[in-house]
Design a protein around this ligand. Structure first.
Ligand code: NAD
Ligand code: TDX
Length: 345
């Protein structure tokens, strides 16, 4: 079995590459990644010499490159993680999100039609459902919840999902889609909430919490997400969507306080700043379908997962310090330099 993993030099994609090499030693894993700012070859250094692994630097929007790869590798399964993934960046500059997340998905599926595959899997997100109100804890996203997006990022992901479903209906492409909640764990790019707060806290820098920090996210340890995708590509029903989440809702402010406590840093580092535009209030996944159909359940409790994650960032400072020493400095200044401090309660 040959599995093409796009975006495998990013956060979840790299964890999925490791998961697949560990759990399917007879599979060939081909990682295709453009190595944008979010992709890091150093993340894959431990598997570069694995005879079952190949890395190919390519843009999923580049039709010639994608077709050449399919011609050469004749993949059985495609798992598409490649995406522009950061909501704040999509608010600054939507265009690249439309290119990679929508057009790139179409190019990959066209290659699947042209060369034939057993499964195309689209890694989507709970953000396609929009958000839920804080005062209705009884509401959850199911696979039937209408798509209702807030940001250019989530709109591009929802557009891609619709295209995937259209390719299934129109061309009979054997597709599946997973919509997962917020992931955390090793190799998470330091622009995202948890690694950003860990990195800033370790440097005794302000911890920029948007708005009042009351927004709720449903956090899942990345390995649990990887196991879910592994189950879906092997046993999931073609044409179906599977929500993935662990019923682990947390307010942003509580996450930041947990990080402060674990690192022995004072909560006085917390700085409330201007809110994200269009900021979704609450995400909460109902994972009943994947549990009932595929027997999936999350294995890592948040208390253990966050400690493992913090330990990883403590033990792998070279990985993220290299990232934040470069272009990231300009990004940080642009995104946070002009953000006003807000007095909260
Ligand atoms: P990431 O930003 O860490 O990694 C994205 C990877 O895709 C990078 O390696 C980047 O170089 C690569 N890439 C970007 N554009 C490309 C292109 N045109 N061609 C080839 N490669 C390209 O993202 P992530 O957090 O690992 O997310 C992976 C996928 O999972 C995304 O599709 C995202 O929408 C989805 N997702 C993420 C989360 C989360 O919490 N991080 C939750 C649910 C779903
Ligand atoms: O500096 C910050 N301060 C802050 O308060 C950052 C970076 C974030 N936040 C808040 C915004 C969100 O409410 O923390 C929450 C989490 O933010 P992100 O880490 O940017 O994640 P989110 O916007 O929830 O989107 C993530 O989950 C769904 C991923 O980045 C997406 O790729 C995925 O689809």
């Amino acid at each position: 079995m040959t599995v093409v993993v796009t975006g495998g030099a990013g956060f979840i994609g790299s964890n999925f590459v490791f998961h697949m090499l560990d759990n399917h030693p007879d599979y060939r894993i081909v990682c295709v990644d453009k190595l944008t700012y979010a992709g890091n070859l150093s993340t894959l250094k431990d598997v570069m010499d694995n005879p079952n692994f190949r890395f190919v630097k390519a843009d999923i929007c580049d039709r010639d490159a994608v077709y050449a790869l399919f011609r050469e590798e004749k993949p059985d399964i495609i798992v598409n993680f490649a995406a522009e993934s950061h909501v704040d960046r999509s608010i600054e500059n939507p265009e690249v999100f439309l290119d990679t997340n929508i057009k790139g998905t179409a190019v990959l599926m066209d290659a699947c039609r042209e060369f034939g595959i057993k499964r195309y899997h689209q890694v989507s997100t709970d953000e396609v459902y929009g958000d839920l109100p804080l005062d209705r804890p009884d509401l959850f996203f199911t696979e039937e919840t209408p798509l209702h997006t807030s940001s250019p990022y989530s709109s591009s992901k929802a557009s891609a999902d619709l295209l995937v479903q259209a390719y299934h209906r129109t061309y009979g492409l054997p597709v599946t889609i997973s919509r997962c909640s917020n992931n955390y764990g090793p190799y998470h790019f330091p622009e995202k909430l948890i690694p950003l707060m860990i990195a800033n806290a370790l440097a005794d820098k302000p911890l920029p919490v948007y708005g009042e920090g009351l927004n709720v996210r449903d956090w899942l340890y990345v390995e649990d997400h990887c196991r879910a995708i592994d189950l879906i590509i092997h046993n999931g029903r073609v044409g179906e969507v599977y929500n993935v989440g662990g019923h682990n809702e947390m307010r942003n402010i509580d996450i930041v306080k947990i990080i402060c406590k674990a690192l022995g840093k004072p909560e006085s580092l917390i700085t409330y700043v201007t809110d994200r535009k269009g900021h979704d209030m609450r995400y909460a996944i109902d994972p009943t379908k994947i549990h009932n159909e595929l027997g999936w359940l999350p294995e890592t409790k948040f208390a253990d997962g966050i400690q493992k994650t913090i330990n990883w960032y403590l033990e792998n400072q070279d990985w993220w310090k290299e990232i934040i020493s470069g272009e990231y400095q300009n990004y940080y200044e642009k995104m946070y330099g002009g953000r006003e401090t807000v007095n909260v309660g």
